[in-house]
Ligand binder design. Structure first.
Ligand SMILES: [Zn+2]
Length: 115
């Protein structure tokens, strides 16, 4: 049985396997590179998200919920509301209690009624 296969054939088979393995290794290396690139991208995305999150959360760490009123529009907002961020400093009035703002005839923005 063994005599059916020559050592040359065996060597050929080995070389073929070696070649295929090299191709596989190259593919693996390429995949690993892509993986590293993707991981870096994810890390960057996460960092960006963290930055976006830490800005408002540091504000809410001041324990009390603040409400930002616009003296021009007569509306009161939550600090993270995009409208609240647009209010000019001179038109801004801060309340620690929504009832306080409502007593002064301020109207709740949809950002508050959504709670
Ligand atoms: Zn609002």
């Amino acid at each position: 049985m063994n005599s059916d296969i020559s050592s040359g054939q065996i060597r050929k088979a080995f070389l073929k396997i070696k070649k295929e393995m090299n191709i596989l290794y190259m593919k693996l290396e390429h995949l690993e590179e892509e993986n590293i690139k993707l991981n870096n991208k994810i890390d960057e995305d996460l960092k960006n998200k963290d930055n976006n999150l830490t800005t408002p959360s540091t504000k809410s760490n001041n324990q009390q919920q603040l409400f930002i009123a616009n003296t021009l529009s007569g509306k009161v907002h939550l600090p993270h509301c995009p409208y609240a961020k647009k209010i000019a400093i001179q038109n801004k009035e801060e309340f620690e209690d929504i009832k306080q703002a409502l007593r002064q005839k301020y109207i709740k923005c949809s950002c508050i009624s959504a709670i």
